[in-house]
Design a protein around this ligand. Structure first.
Ligand code: NAG
Ligand code: NAG
Ligand code: NAG
Length: 567
């Protein structure tokens, strides 16, 4: 084990030396867009090899069944937990996904538009309740089964690869009524049965499977974030957040091992697990701050990745919980389960939007924040002070103070370097979600915002690939359409494609940022798009960090490996 550590450390040192920090090389062409102008904005073909897109690299956009399909009770579909919840809750927007973008009926249009943008992959999720309306595997709904055959066929007919999410939060309400869904370990078998059916039915046509979308967000959203389908208030506890994550990890592993046993040989696909990151960097070069960043990351992404790589939760998490007298909040894996989950992934599907700057809490300060990055459980137990969320000095969407409007492109590089150092260079990463959500922008001209955003993130991602040797296999923008965004309803726009809710036609229009994707796919290289007016960074919060953060994150990983036996 010591020699294993030494190998990792040599690697860490090599990565650290090679990582030149955050320097950008702005060989700039400022792209100017005017509202209503639908010509291709000026862009320069990027010739620097560090922004080249590798062959076979997946570039696409994503959707999720509840958020875009609509047709909530059509053709034999059963009631999902979110159908149930939004029909009753009436909060915070009184909106539901009953109709959404009506992609259930308009999927062919969607897929055609994706192909027109030049995308080579298309991510969607399968609504459990279209296949098994009440969760019973003996009660299959043939129309629902046929629907996804049609979707997959249309994607492939347009020369794109389907990336299929098995579970994006919307399990049958019947399973919630029967045994409280993810609060019961019966859910593990139910999920494995559902996955088994999907592999057998669609597996010949699907190369990329994502089992569960970001459990570390889903479980907080449901058991602590007030978006609890049918969850009594007294069940919104930190314990239940951990329990939900725990059962979702076991459900993933069950599906993964089943794929190994029954399908891998014939189908040769890749099965991955989702995880969310709000990647944290340290507030200073002090060890205490570096260790705080390491704790924040281990309590976030580490809760999913560490078990799947090493077979158990990180020691740092257990020790921090022990100090707080809360170790019993975290469920434990049996020895048999540890064996089963270790190595049970072909790739990780990471959802990455913005980062954070954190510090050691010795000065006091906030260890918990309201909103999307807050909550009980892991995000409070990590014992860090959050100095800033979404801080940056990069060009950003002017005037945006919302975290989903900020450009923190550094996270795609720093997070990947951390994963490489912490979990090994072989770990394959797929950015399953990354995109700009705007409450205000209803226009189809998103050149100054969304094109700038995706250009910045994809350029950092390609640097991680081409300069740092990170094993990134793909990128899927969120979202393909302006869809139903959970607590924001139809008020926060993430789409590459505009959907006309205003006139109720749900007509689709490619937004102006599609020219960026089209050009990038033609060039196989990521063009630089900057806003026409210089970024206003005066409102950006947080300090400029003294140390290149890429260096800080690999050092943190090294320290943590030195002081703990992770295998
Ligand atoms: C939702 O609708 C109900 C009546 O249909 C109304 O009483 C309530 O104020 C609405 N809530 C919001 C947040 O609009
Ligand atoms: C973060 O760093 C800044 C600049 O060095 C310092 O003023 C501030 O006190 C630090 N914050 C915390 C919570 O340590
Ligand atoms: C949290 O961090 C502070 C400052 O480093 C430390 O004194 C305290 O013991 C930590 N608490 C826990 C529960 O780890």
């Amino acid at each position: 084990m010591l020699s294993q550590k030494r190998t990792v450390l040599v690697l860490v040192a090599a990565v650290a030396l090679l990582a030149p920090g955050q320097a950008r090389a702005p060989t700039v062409q400022r792209a100017v867009g005017e509202d209503g102008d639908d010509r291709e904005p000026p862009m320069v073909t990027e010739t620097d090899p560090k922004y080249k897109i590798p062959d076979n690299f997946l570039i696409g956009a994503g959707s999720a069944s509840y958020q875009s399909e609509g047709a909530w009770d059509k053709d034999g579909k059963g009631e999902s937990v979110f159908d149930h919840y939004y029909h009753i809750a009436k909060v915070p927007t009184n909106m539901t996904g009953d109709i959404a973008c009506n992609s259930y009926e308009r999927y062919e249009e969607d897929i055609k538009l994706a192909a027109e943008m030049g995308l080579n992959s298309y991510r969607f999720s399968i609504a459990w309740t279209r296949i098994f309306p009440n969760g019973d595997i003996n009660n299959k709904n043939d129309k629902g089964v046929q629907h996804y055959h049609n979707v997959i066929k249309a994607i492939k007919a347009h020369n794109m690869k389907p990336v299929v999410t098995i579970y994006h939060f919307d399990h049958p309400q019947a399973l919630e009524d029967k045994f409280q869904g993810w609060m019961s370990d019966q859910m593990i078998q139910s999920f494995a049965d559902f996955a088994d059916f999907l592999f057998s039915e669609y597996g010949k046509e699907v190369e990329y499977w994502l089992t569960l979308n970001e459990p570390n967000m889903h479980c907080i959203m449901v058991y602590n974030g007030g978006l609890g389908p049918n969850i009594p208030k007294d069940q919104e506890t930190a314990q239940n957040v951990y329990k939900c994550i725990h059962n979702e990890i076991l459900a993933h592993a069950a599906a993964y091992r089943l794929y190994d046993k029954k399908y891998r040989k014939d189908q040769g696909g890749r099965v991955g697990m989702g995880a969310l990151t709000f990647f944290a960097r340290p507030n200073s070069t002090k060890w205490d701050d570096i260790l705080a960043a390491e704790r924040a990351n281990l309590f976030e992404m580490g809760l999913i990745m560490h078990p799947l790589v090493f077979g158990d939760y990180p020691d740092v998490v257990k020790e921090t919980l022990t100090r707080a007298g809360k170790l019993d909040h975290l469920p434990t894996f049996t020895d048999a389960q540890k064996k089963d989950i270790a190595g049970a992934f072909d790739f990780f599907g990471v959802n990455a939007y913005f980062g954070m700057t954190v510090a050691d809490p010795n000065k006091g300060g906030e260890s918990n924040v309201p909103g999307i990055a807050g909550g009980k459980g892991p995000r409070k137990d990590n014992n860090v002070t959050i100095v800033a969320i979404g801080d940056n000095k990069e060009p950003q969407y002017a005037g945006s103070t919302d975290v989903f409007g900020m450009i923190n492109a550094w996270i795609l590089r720093d997070m990947a370097l951390w994963v490489k150092a912490r979990f090994g260079p072989g770990v394959a990463l797929f950015i399953a979600e990354n995109g700009l959500g705007s409450f205000t922008e209803k226009s189809k001209d998103d050149w100054e915002s969304r094109a700038v955003y995706h250009s910045a993130y994809l350029r950092e991602l390609m640097r991680a690939v081409n300069e740092d040797g990170v094993n990134y296999i793909g990128y899927s923008a969120w979202a393909f359409l302006d869809d139903f965004e959970w607590s924001s309803g139809y008020t926060r726009y993430f789409g590459l494609v505009h959907v006309d809710y205003e006139h109720g036609t749900l007509d689709r229009t490619l937004k102006r940022s599609h020219y960026f994707f089209k050009r990038m796919m033609k060039d196989r290289s990521v063009p630089l798009v900057l806003p026409s007016s210089p970024a206003d960074t005066s409102s950006a919060t947080g300090p400029a960090i003294a140390m290149p953060s890429a260096l800080a994150v690999v050092l943190a990983a090294a320290i943590s490996l030195l002081s703990h036996d992770s295998s």
